[in-house]
Design a binder for this molecule. Structure first.
Ligand code: RRO
Length: 310
């Protein structure tokens, strides 16, 4: 078994006033709905966790089928199923005192909802930061926000006014200029960004001549989208001085190093856990340590942003 304590001094990440013992964070939407599972993710080695996206009111989500494994990635149209903020906070309460930061992912259909969420979450100190999801690619009322810089700035500003915690804004790749949207988020007061949410996509069952997903469109994740995510992280960090969490198709230590060199502060893992289970954390952590040691780096800070050198 890999000894995490021996690895972690070279892998720690300090950002947003928080200390992550390593740069591997559970991405939103993967396993993040119950406290025992989040606890197991942390015990498995994650440096932090992002919960499933939670709204003010409970929501059923889309009808099945909602997820399909395409082999090179997952296509999902979950449709934001969640128990609502009050219920979910009761669940998270049992995680008080864990050694890794818990980031609450939230969404809102209006700025009034954001005001209320901000007020409720401000006093809830189980949560260290909030990730604002403006980028679910297949839920009407959310997917439009991430494409509109005026809305993004206004949403972030409203949340920041009513929430006394760091705000990370999760961006969509389904835009023509992600830097423009990233700037809007930062202008609104975002403390950090996550790049990227899933890529809007669809798949058709040719035997029946119908879309595979009941919701027709979904979000593609997994290795197929990794180069898109790397490009987005690079473009954003080339233009803006803001911490960016890289997210999209990360499966190996090599992939994590690629995102760090593109300028990511840390990374989020999603589909790889759905496929490979929780053992991926220790496997990747060991790979990161081996990479750093073999090349004579003393910490991940030394590789961050290297690809921007001219
Ligand atoms: O729940 C979903 O269908 C979902 C969300 Br909130 C999201 O942000 N991204 C995604 O691919 N699916």
């Amino acid at each position: 078994m890999t000894d995490l304590a021996s690895i972690e001094p070279m892998l720690k990440v300090e950002t947003l006033g928080l200390r992550f013992r390593n740069p591997l964070i559970l991405a939103a939407g993967i396993l993040g709905l119950t406290a025992p599972i989040l606890k197991r993710v942390i015990e498995s080695g994650a440096g932090g966790v992002v919960t499933k996206s939670i709204g003010l009111k409970p929501r059923k989500g889309h009808p099945n089928p909602t997820v399909v494994d395409l082999g090179f990635g997952l296509l999902n149209s979950m449709g934001l199923p969640n128990p609502g903020l009050e219920e979910f906070m009761k669940e998270l309460e049992t995680l008080r005192g864990l050694e890794a930061p818990i980031i609450l992912s939230i969404y809102a259909f209006s700025e009034d909802e954001l005001v209320e969420i901000g007020r409720i979450v401000s006093d809830f100190n189980v949560v260290s930061a909030v990730e604002l999801n403006v980028s679910c690619p297949h839920v009407d009322g959310i997917s439009e926000i991430a494409k509109n810089p005026v809305l993004v700035e206004s949403y972030v500003q409203t949340l920041k006014r009513h929430l006394d915690k760091p705000v990370i804004v999760k961006l969509s790749p389904n835009v023509s200029d992600i830097v423009r949207i990233a700037e809007a988020a930062v202008d609104g007061g975002a403390d950090a960004l996550t790049a990227i949410n899933t890529v809007r996509a669809m798949s058709i069952d040719i035997e029946v001549g119908r879309p595979v997903l009941a919701g027709i469109f979904g979000g593609l994740s997994g290795p197929a989208i990794r180069p898109i995510a790397v490009r987005c992280v690079y473009e954003i960090t080339e233009s803006l001085n803001v911490p960016v969490f890289g997210c999209g198709g990360i499966e190996t230590a090599h992939d994590v190093i690629e995102f760090l060199m593109a300028g990511a502060t840390a990374v989020q893992l999603g589909s790889v856990i759905a496929r490979g289970g929780l053992r991926v954390f220790k496997r990747i952590l060991k790979g990161l340590r081996d990479f750093l040691e073999e090349r004579g780096y003393s910490s991940i800070d030394e590789v961050r942003g290297l690809a921007h050198r001219r």
